[in-house]
Design a protein around this ligand. Structure first.
Ligand SMILES: C[S@@+](CC[C@H](N)C(=O)[O-])C[C@H]1O[C@@H](n2cnc3c(N)ncnc32)[C@H](O)[C@@H]1O
Length: 280
C-alpha cells in the first residue's frame, strides 16, 4: 500500500499549474483530425471532494484553485482548465475538483483513447469503477514506469504521456529521467509532460543536467515558485517539462504561467519561468 494519497493535496497550487497546462496540451492534440492516445501514468482518483476530511486537514486548495475560482480576469488560455473545474460544480460553488483523468477525458473526441495507470490499489479500484462503461478509457493497477514500456508506441502514433509522480520515494528524479529515456526510445514523436516539485537547488541542477544529458531535444520547461528559495515548510514550487510541445503551445504556456504566478505566490515571492531547457 502506498502512503501518498492525492486527496490531501487536491486542487493545490501545483494542481492548478499542472492542470492548466495539461488541458492546453490535450486541446492542442485535438486540432489535428487524426486520433490520439493519452497515457496518464500516475492517475490518482480523478474526482476529489474538497470537503473530504483529508482535504480539509490542510485545505491546500485554498491556495490553489481557491485563489482562481472567483477571478474574473483569467486569460482565455486558462478556460479549458477552469471549464473542467466548473463542470464539476454546476451550482457555481467550489466543492469538487477534477483530477488529471477527468481533465483529459472531457477533451477527448470519440476516436481518441486514454489509459490510466494507478498503483494504489484502492485509488485504482475507484478509477476502474468510474470508467467501467467508458469504451475510450482503460484502467490498469500497475506501476506507471512499467506501463510506459507496455503501452508505447500507441497504435495511433500520436499521443500525450503525462507523468505526475507523487515523489514520495528516494531517487524519483532519476526514475523520471530513466522513464523518459525508455519511453522516448519507443515513441520519439510523442508529447511528454513530466511534473516535478522544486527541491533544493543542488537537486534541481542535477535533475536538469541529467535531462540535458539524455540527448532528447525540444524540451520546454515551465516553473512556478510561490515561496522564497530558502522556504522549508512545504514544497516551494513545481515545474513541468514538456517534450515535443505541440505547435503554438509555448506562448500559451507563457501566458498561463505569467498570469498564475502572481496569483498563486506568497506576496510576490519566488519566480516563474517558461524557457527551452533543450531547444530544437
Ligand atoms: C500526484 S498524484 C496524481 C495526481 C493526478 N495525476 C492528477 O493530476 O489528478 C500521484 C499518484 O501516483 C500514484 N503512484 C505512486 N507511485 C506510483 C507508481 N509507481 N505507478 C503508478 N502510480 C503511482 C499515487 O498513488 C498517486 O495517486
Amino acid at each position: 500500500m502506498l502512503a501518498y494519497r492525492h486527496q490531501f493535496h487536491a486542487g493545490n497550487f501545483a494542481d492548478a499549474f499542472k492542470h492548466a497546462l495539461l488541458a492546453q496540451l490535450v486541446l492542442a492534440l485535438t486540432r489535428k483530425d487524426k486520433p490520439f492516445f493519452c497515457l496518464d501514468t500516475h492517475a490518482g482518483i480523478a474526482h476529489y471532494d474538497l470537503q473530504h476530511e483529508w482535504t480539509q486537514k490542510n485545505a491546500e486548495y485554498k491556495n490553489g484553485i481557491g485563489l482562481l475560482w472567483e477571478r474574473k480576469d483569467a486569460p482565455s488560455e486558462l478556460a479549458p482548465y477552469l471549464d473542467a473545474v466548473r463542470a464539476e460544480n454546476p451550482d457555481g460553488r467550489l466543492r469538487y475538483y477534477p483530477g488529471s483523468p477527468r481533465i483529459i477525458r472531457r477533451l477527448l473526441r470519440s476516436k481518441d483513447r486514454m489509459t490510466l495507470i494507478e498503483l494504489n490499489k484502492k485509488d485504482c479500484e475507484s478509477l476502474v469503477t468510474q470508467y467501467a462503461r467508458d469504451r475510450r478509457v482503460t484502467v490498469q493497477c500497475v506501476d506507471g514506469y512499467q506501463a510506459l514500456k507496455a503501452h508505447l508506441p500507441p497504435q495511433e502514433r500520436r499521443g500525450l504521456v503525462f507523468i505526475d509522480s507523487s515523489f514520495d520515494r528516494a531517487r524519483e528524479f532519476q526514475r523520471l529521467t530513466q522513464g523518459l529515456v525508455a519511453a522516448h526510445k519507443k515513441f520519439s514523436t510523442g508529447v511528454y509532460a513530466l511534473w516535478y516539485p522544486l527541491m533544493e537547488p543542488a537537486a534541481m541542477g542535477g535533475f536538469e543536467r541529467g535531462i540535458v544529458a539524455t540527448g532528447i531535444r525540444r524540451i520546454l520547461q515551465m516553473e512556478v515558485a510561490i515561496h522564497p528559495d530558502d522556504w522549508m515548510m512545504s514544497v516551494r514550487g513545481c515545474g513541468l517539462l514538456v517534450v515535443n510541445p505541440p505547435f503554438g503551445f509555448e506562448p500559451v504556456a507563457r501566458t498561463i504561467v505569467d498570469w498564475l504566478w502572481p496569483v498563486l505566490s506568497e506576496a510576490g515571492a519566488g519566480y516563474r519561468k517558461t524557457a527551452w531547457l533543450v531547444p530544437e
